[in-house]
Design a protein around this ligand. Structure first.
Ligand code: PLP
Length: 411
């Protein structure tokens, strides 16, 4: 087994994640379910603990000391996110509960402002359900049509097909940066440019990209971008919707309530300015503050270092898995990130998952909230091992041994 050649000190990084010392069925945990959610470094856990134990109060509009501290910390995360994704201003950073919530916000609010009967929304055949269903609902509400760029055998889409399917009727092209089920990395900058040429807006679902690939929204020139805190080593229930200020300004509020208003009368209400117009009610304050810590942690390691390391691990894992008899890998695009989706001929993915679990190895089995992908390949689901920067080649070797064992037991 060759040593990893990229510059991460993975053993030191692993020390930052207390859960990696857990025993599962008396075996050291091997955690390969990172696409579903990533584990949390101690510094993120400490941030939440510290906030609740010595800084906690509700934020915004409080004159007292703790409320002001909380507000400062909360707004600091907005600043961190703004710099992290290269947005123009904090007004373009909306705090949400996660990617799903960000997309639903848009599907309601953007559609109210921009979607008319006869219009079209374009997505791709590799979208997560959360980038399909909200648009189906929006199309039903507004008399629009949802169109889908078909998937290809290797798990990519054909850019010429995108050009064919976009028309002057297309109001929005919404697509994932990285497929959670196949690992495909889409050419998002090119897709954005094609959409803009046709006059459509662009939403990038970055749920599976933000933790692997350095993103600059101004360079990509996307109109909107969504991601979840829990996939980038932060808390659940936190997330981001980035939007260009002019577009967010043109959109009506999503939810009504406290914080999103300027002035309330029974006859009429005026709304707060951006970003607060979209942030009704008391948010996940501690989680959002800890999301800032998670992003700073990732930035310290460096996304380019992370990408290079994970790419090497993915290449190694792919080579090893390809040597297992009867194993098929789904998702073979040349541009790929961190996901090994596979099936063993004649074995149900669930059974493979259970056997691996007994060896302490956590993978995910099923349709991964991408049923149309499974339908395309005519399979019920896959086994998915997904990689983070705390994983190692030794863990890939354990996975391979585990799959071989499952193969012997099941076939
Ligand atoms: N989009 C993609 C590509 C995902 O992988 C996921 C989660 O797995 C989501 C959207 C939804 O994210 P969340 O459940 O955090 O809202």
């Amino acid at each position: 087994m060759g040593a990893i050649t990229t510059g991460l000190n993975v053993q030191a990084i692993r020390e930052d994640f207390p859960i990696l010392k857990t025993l599962v069925h008396n075996k050291p945990l091997v955690y390969f379910d990172n696409a579903a959610s990533t584990q949390k470094p101690k510094i993120v856990l400490d941030t939440e603990y510290h906030y609740y134990s010595s800084q906690y109060a509700n934020i915004h509009r409080g004159v007292h000391y703790l409320s002001q501290i909380g507000t400062e910390l909360y707004e600091k995360t907005r600043h961190i996110v703004k710099d992290f994704i290269g947005a123009n201003s904090e007004r373009e950073i909306i705090f949400t509960k996660g990617t799903t919530n960000s997309i639903n916000l848009l599907a309601y609010s953007w559609s109210s402002a921009f979607l008319k009967p006869g219009d079209e929304i374009l997505i791709t055949g590799m979208e997560h359900h959360s980038n399909i269903v909200p648009w189906q609902l929006a199309c039903q509400r507004h008399g629009a049509t949802l169109k889908v760029v078909p998937l290809q055998e290797d798990g990519s889409i054909n850019i010429d097909e995108v050009k064919n399917m976009i028309s002057e009727k297309t109001r929005l092209f919404s697509f994932t940066y990285v497929s959670n089920a196949l690992g495909t990395i889409n050419p998002v900058k090119e897709m954005t440019a094609i959409a803009h040429q046709a006059g459509a807006h662009v939403l990038i679902d970055a749920a599976q990209a933000i933790q692997h690939i350095a993103i600059n929204v101004q360079e990509l020139n996307c109109d909107f971008l969504a991601f979840s805190g829990h996939k980038i080593y932060g808390p659940t229930g936190t997330g981001i919707l980035y939007g260009k200020e002019a577009l967010l300004d043109a959109m009506p509020p999503f939810e009504g309530g406290g914080d999103m208003i300027k002035d309330v009368k029974f006859e009429q209400t005026s709304f707060n300015e951006l970003p607060f117009k979209f942030e009704a009610g008391t948010p996940n304050i501690a989680g959002t503050i800890a999301l800032g810590t998670a992003i700073e942690y990732v930035e310290k390691i460096g996304l380019d270092n992370i990408f290079a390391y994970e790419e090497e691990l993915l290449k190694y894992g792919t080579e090893q898995l390809q040597q297992i008899n009867g194993l098929t890998i789904y998702g073979n695009s040349i541009h790929k990130s961190s996901v090994l989706s596979f099936l063993l001929d004649g074995a149900h993915p669930y059974d493979v998952g259970v056997i691996l679990d007994h060896l302490g190895i956590a993978i995910r089995t099923g349709h991964h909230c991408t049923q149309p992908i499974m339908d395309y390949f005519c399979i019920p689901g896959t086994c998915r091992a997904s990689i983070a920067f705390y994983n190692t080649k030794e863990e890939i070797d354990l996975l391979v041994t585990g799959i071989q064992r499952a193969s012997k037991m099941l076939l």
